[in-house]
Ligand binder design. Structure first.
Ligand SMILES: *Cc1c(COP(=O)(O)O)cnc(C)c1O
Length: 405
């Protein structure tokens, strides 16, 4: 289905993957898992859900994910940048879209035209949007972002009252939302810090109420806070990672074992796959790959996979990662290179050229979570899925045929 290998999203029905003679390396996006995770989050939160699809839905493909989440009745979508919001609008997504970082100088018109609601937290930027809205004869909704402790973006709590006055004077803007972002909601040891953030948000809300603002939306909770901090649910929650089944490194308490057969309560949405393209047996004492870092201690059956670090498979997994082949784990041997990776399949019977290989995700009853790759490379699962490059086509699959048409 991938006519043009640059196409970031290809859709197929069912589980038959057809790459039409292109390199057989793809990221399978399980939209049914996404939908199931969404329902679990909504049940947990009990309030409206703003699905965070920034950064191309954490690498999963924002358009395909937003379309499915829209069928599941997501109330809002959140992106980082207005251009990400534009991509959703061009794909026909109609729900309200919040731009979490606000917008840049040249983008006030874009926000108005595309009905993108920006987060605002700077006077000059609010004034620029006010001028554009006034010139267009409209009143634009904005969400004011409060910095309660993250220290990245937002109005400082001590400046909230002053900002509420400024916003009251900008007649072409309406403060329809107040928001903040938690720094450590995933960490039980920092519960007090999270509690302080919640209290500061309360202060800022009062300051806005005192100036007559009546925002319909009060939102604070990211994935971690949805599960760990019910008092922070507000009127809308903002899950990202949990929708994509990335939870082991953001929800507490972390379960002790990863990479086991135990099905997680949230299902991984992305599975990174490839196929064996070459098989050989090397003799004991031979080495593999750049730097000759792997030396065979026995006659070794080696499979070559057409995927490398340019695709987002971390080079740090050289001689330490593992993949799933024929329902078993096979270790990565030698250095992961830019376009190719080698695995040892000596102990797996019957491996053939063309066999499917899972580099992370789920494969029948085995699970190899992105969190495991993250833990072995010193990062979090979000960076693993975000890091799967554009060279890898996303193939959305669903048992619900309408979802992938
Ligand atoms: C990315 C982001 C989220 C989602 O965070 P997760 O940990 O993925 O749930 C929520 N709110 C803001 C402001 C964000 O930047």
């Amino acid at each position: 289905m991938v006519k043009n290998p640059q196409t970031p999203i290809a859709r197929v029905s069912g589980r038959k993957i057809d790459l039409e003679g292109h390199r057989p390396t793809w990221a399978e996006i399980d939209l049914d898992a996404l939908a199931a995770n969404f329902r679990a989050v909504r049940a947990r939160a009990g309030v409206g859900v703003m699905a965070v699809v920034k950064a191309d839905a954490y690498g999963h493909g924002a358009v395909a994910c937003a379309r499915r989440l829209s069928e599941e009745r997501a109330d809002w979508f959140a992106v980082a940048l207005p251009e990400e919001g534009l991509e959703l609008r061009q794909a026909g997504v109609e729900e309200p879209v919040l731009c979490l970082e606000g917008f840049w100088e040249g983008q006030a018109g874009l926000c108005l035209q595309q009905r993108l609601t920006p987060a605002v937290y700077q006077r000059e930027v609010a004034e620029a949007l006010n001028r554009a809205a006034s010139a267009a004869g409209v009143v634009a909704d904005v969400h004011v972002k409060i910095d309660t402790g993250m220290g990245r973006l937002g109005v400082r709590v001590e400046d909230a009252a002053g900002f509420a006055v400024v916003m009251r004077e900008l007649k072409s803007l309406r403060v329809d939302g107040l928001m903040t972002h938690f720094a450590a909601a995933d960490d039980a040891a920092q519960e007090d810090f999270t509690g302080d953030q919640l209290a500061r948000f309360g202060e800022a809300s009062e300051a806005f109420a005192a100036q007559g603002h009546q925002p319909r939306f009060m939102h604070l909770a990211n994935s971690a806070a949805i599960f760990a901090c019910p008092p922070a649910h507000g009127t809308l929650v903002r899950p990202g990672g949990v929708l994509y089944g990335l939870w082991r490194d953001v929800l507490r308490p972390p379960p002790p074992q990863i990479g086991t057969k135990t099905p997680p309560p949230l299902r991984p949405v992305m599975s990174l796959r490839s196929r064996v393209t070459l098989l050989k047996t090397i003799s004991s004492g031979e080495t593999l790959g750049y730097g000759c870092t792997f030396k065979a201690a026995r006659p070794t059956r080696v499979a070559t996979l057409p995927i490398g670090y340019h695709d987002g498979y971390p080079r740090h997994l050289s001689n330490r990662g593992r993949v799933i082949v024929r329902g078993q784990f096979a270790p990565v041997v030698g250095r992961v290179s830019m376009d190719l990776t080698l695995v040892d399949v000596t102990d797996i019977a019957g491996v053939e050229v063309g066999d499917m290989v899972t580099l992370f995700g789920v494969d029948t009853d085995l699970s190899l979570p992105a969190e495991e790759l993250a833990a072995s490379t010193g990062t979090i699962s979000y960076e693993i899925t975000c890091g799967v490059s554009r060279r890898v086509p996303r193939i959305a699959v669903s048992r619900q045929p309408s979802a992938v048409s």
